[in-house]
Design a protein around this ligand. Structure first.
Ligand code: ZN
Ligand code: ZN
Length: 399
């Protein structure tokens, strides 16, 4: 099935040229001057191009593939920018289990609507739209009905690498691509005044940190620790500082001490520096962990005050999972609470995006070209800790 829908093409640029005439049929000039540049195949599937991992271990290539036809509730988005999330790296490296290749990853997607299905009400051609970590769910279970589609009891369809039971069990393909077809329900309306080159990472890194901050009801004067000061962590710091919290940042490098201060953190702890760790016990009300590698969970719990709460957002590779010493949890760290938090629901994602744009809260981004080698280099820098916050791929440079 996968092979049928995803065909690696090496020299079809001439063919694309021939198909350009079909574009004219898809122009919806009445709604806007925006032109749909994408063609469809004989089955109505949308022709797409993207940067895929063609095998494990960062073996990238530009491929051509197709996406399911634009259904009556779907929109077709021309992708302008795609953020690189650490989850993308874990996924193509098989850190969380086997992936199927070729796999186009990317779940921080920002672009422009170029076609809408007949029943679409939320979007019109020309609107800016984003897609985050998920593209469908049952819509009927208690979690979906409570706007928590990421916990769909019948299985959330995530944006890439998932079997899409709503579309003939094809494997979902993500945002390092020139387009995406998605149900309007799972697309987020991007305000037209948003900084487009910075907005994509909000769709994962933004909502993943915004959501637990709402759940914990962080308010002015609260003492919050943010562990892991990367793509997610630097968003958590900005949201919490905006709310008036006193933020302590934890990371394993000296390089980001000044950035933390510039973003409004009151304290920076280099966990590799023993003197930084002194006198921290029982001082924080909340901790948000975004760490994507092994770390000492019991140490962080001991920094919480009694009745403090720790939200865990980062998922390390399977062989680096932190563990809890139950005796410490009871005797040293009793009455602290730990909870996990996966992204946020669609309603909350829209709230987060509107809030972020209105308050000028954006990730720090470095824009790269949509070339396999540039993506590979970016991944190596993320793994080596050489990127400070977020890479964003300019998908208009894909060819
Ligand atoms: Zn992500
Ligand atoms: Zn559901």
């Amino acid at each position: 099935m996968f092979k049928k829908t995803l065909i690696i093409v090496i020299t079809v640029f001439a063919l694309i040229g021939c198909n350009n005439n079909q574009n004219n049929e898809q122009i919806n000039a009445s709604q806007n001057d925006v032109v749909n540049p994408f063609t469809t195949n004989a089955n109505g599937r949308v022709n797409s191009k993207g940067i895929a991992a063609v095998s494990i271990n960062m073996n990238f290539a530009t491929i051509e593939f197709t996406r399911h036809p634009v259904g009556e509730n779907d929109i077709l988005i021309e992708i302008l920018y795609a953020g690189i999330c650490h989850s993308d790296i874990h996924s193509i490296n098989g850190d969380w289990g086997n992936s199927s290749y070729p796999l186009v990853v990317g779940h921080e997607i920002a672009g422009r609507v170029v076609q809408v299905g007949s029943a679409v009400t939320k979007f019109k051609v020309g609107d800016y739209a984003g897609v985050g970590c998920m593209v469908n769910s049952c819509g009927e279970c208690v979690n979906c009905l409570n706007n928590q589609e990421q916990y769909c009891l019948n299985g959330t369809i995530f944006t890439y690498g998932n079997v899409d039971r709503f579309h003939d069990n094809e494997i979902s393909q993500g945002g390092y691509s020139d387009n995406i077809v998605v149900s309007e329900k799972f697309a987020i309306l991007i305000p037209s005044n948003a900084q487009m080159e910075k907005v994509a990472p909000l769709l994962c890194a933004g909502v993943t940190t915004y959501s637990p901050i709402q759940v914990m009801k962080i308010k002015s004067g609260d003492k919050l620790g943010v562990a892991g000061f990367g793509g997610l962590g630097h968003m958590a710091v900005q949201y919490a500082v905006k709310l008036g919290a006193e933020v302590t940042v934890f990371d394993i490098t000296e390089d980001k001490r000044e950035d933390a201060s510039n973003m409004g953190a009151v304290k920076y702890v280099n966990v590799n520096n023993p003197s930084d760790l002194q006198n921290l016990g029982d001082t924080l009300d909340y901790i948000i962990s975004t760490i994507p590698a092994r770390y000492d969970l019991n140490m962080y719990l001991s920094i919480l005050k009694r009745n403090g709460q720790m939200a865990i957002l980062g998922i390390p590779p399977a062989n680096q999972m932190p563990s809890i010493n139950v005796v410490d949890l009871i005797m040293r760290n009793g009455s602290r609470k730990i909870f996990g938090s996966a992204i946020g629901g669609i309603k909350e994602t829209q709230e987060m995006l509107d809030y972020s744009v209105a308050n000028d809260i954006y990730p720090e981004v470095e824009i790269i070209n949509a070339e396999p080698r540039a993506v590979e280099e970016a991944y190596r820098n993320v793994i080596d800790g050489k990127v400070k916050f977020r890479y964003v791929i300019d998908m208009k440079t894909l060819n």
